[in-house]
Design a protein around this ligand. Structure first.
Ligand code: CP
Ligand code: NVA
Length: 312
C-alpha cells in the first residue's frame, strides 16, 4: 500500500527516528542513494509561492537521480480548472509521487485519497510536516537528542507551522510552550491530538499569552510570520494584534544561555523578529533551511521505495 506524508498525525516516533537517521546519512554523503529515483518523476503541484520547499525538493530529486516537474497554479489550478480527485487520478498515470502546496488542507487530503502514488504535503493552511520534521531533525543535530529540550514557539499558534510542530514535538518528547495573542491559539482538534501524543512521551504542551513566560529557561525559541500566505487581507489587524510578540534581545535574555533561535523563513525583520536575533550567534535559520534538503530526500526515498532505502 502506498504511504503519504499529509500530517505528522500518522507517523510514529519510530518512523520519524528512522527518517532522521537516513537524513543524517544523506547529509553526510550527498551521493548516498544516488540512483534511487532513477527513471522516476516527481511532480510539484504548487498553488502558492515557495523558495525553500520548491528548490530543496527539486535539488533533492536531482540528487536521487529522478526527474522533477514544477506545476504551478497556471498549469493545474487545483479545484478551479479541475477537481483534486481528477488531478490525482491523472497524475498517478504519469508520476511516481506528488508534492503539493495548497491553500486548503482538504485539497491535500483529497489528492492523497484519489492518487495511487505517495502524496507529500509541502504546506497547506493547517500543516507543514516537512518543515516540522526538519526543525526537529535540526534540534536533534544541535543538542544530540530531542527528549526534554524545552521549545518555545512565539506568535501565531493557529497556523500550519505551529500545528505541525505541536504534533512533531509531542511525538518526539519535546516539551512545547506556545505563546500567542488571545484568539490566535492552536486549532483545538490538533491541540488535543498533540496532547494525547505527548502523554506517551516526556513531551508536554503549555499555552500562554505571555512570550516572557514561554521563553523563560527555553533551549529553543521559534518564530514564524504573523501573516501567512493567503491571509494578506488581515495583515493590518494581525500586525496590531501581534505587537508585543516580537522576538528581540530583551525577550531572548530570559532563555537558556546556549539557546538556539529558529525560524522556518521567509522572515520579516522588525516584525516577528529583530535583525539582532535572526542574524545573531544563536540563530540556526540557514542550517534549518539546508536541512530541508536532507530530510525531504529521506522522505522521498522512504515513501517512494521504502524497503530499498532502509536496506542500503
Ligand atoms: N519554510 C518554507 O516552507 O519556505 P518556502 O515557503 O520558501 O518554501
Ligand atoms: N506560516 C507560513 C509558513 C511559510 C513557510 C505561511 O503559511 O505562509
Amino acid at each position: 500500500m502506498k504511504r503519504d506524508l499529509i500530517s505528522l498525525e500518522d507517523w510514529t516516533r519510530f518512523e520519524i527516528t528512522a527518517l532522521f537517521e537516513l537524513a543524517a546519512k544523506l547529509k553526510g554523503n550527498r551521493t548516498h542513494l544516488g540512483g534511487h529515483l532513477s527513471g522516476k518523476s516527481i511532480g510539484l503541484v504548487f498553488q502558492k509561492p515557495s523558495n525553500r520547499t520548491r528548490v530543496s525538493f527539486e535539488v533533492g530529486v536531482f540528487h536521487l537521480g529522478g526527474n522533477c516537474l514544477y506545476l504551478g497554479p497556471e498549469e493545474i489550478n487545483l479545484g478551479v480548472r479541475e477537481s483534486a480527485a481528477d488531478v490525482a487520478k491523472t497524475l498517478s498515470r504519469y508520476l511516481d509521487a506528488i508534492v503539493a502546496r495548497t491553500f486548503t488542507h482538504q485539497d491535500i487530503v483529497d489528492l492523497a485519497r484519489y492518487a495511487d502514488i505517495p502524496v507529500i504535503n509541502g504546506l497547506s493552511d493547517k500543516h507543514h510536516p516537512c518543515q516540522a520534521l526538519t526543525d526537529i531533525f535540526s534540534i536533534r543535530e544541535k543538542f544530540g537528542k530531542t527528549e526534554g529540550i524545552i521549545f518555545a514557539y512565539v506568535g501565531d499558534g493557529n497556523n500550519n507551522v505551529c500545528h505541525s510542530l505541536l504534533l512533531g514535538c509531542a511525538k518526539m518528547g519535546i516539551p512545547m510552550r506556545v505563546a500567542t495573542p488571545k484568539s490566535y491559539e492552536p486549532d483545538k482538534e490538533i491541540l488535543n491530538m498533540a496532547k494525547s501524543f505527548a502523554q506517551e512521551t516526556v513531551g508536554q504542551i503549555f499555552l500562554t499569552h505571555s512570550p516572557k513566560e514561554a521563553v523563560a529557561g527555553a533551549d529553543v525559541i521559534y518564530a514564524d510570520v504573523w501573516v501567512s500566505m493567503g491571509q494578506e487581507k488581515e495583515a493590518k489587524k494581525r500586525l496590531k494584534d501581534f505587537k508585543g510578540f516580537q522576538i528581540n534581545g530583551a525577550l531572548v535574555a530570559g532563555a537558556k544561555k546556549d539557546f538556539i533561535f529558529m525560524h522556518c523563513l521567509p522572515a520579516h525583520r522588525g516584525q516577528e523578529v529583530t535583525s539582532e536575533v535572526i542574524d545573531g550567534e544563536h540563530s540556526i535559520v540557514f542550517d534549518q533551511a539546508e536541512n530541508r534538503l536532507h530530510v525531504q530526500k529521506a522522505v522521498m526515498a522512504l515513501l517512494i521505495e521504502e524497503s530499498r532505502a532502509l536496506k542500503k
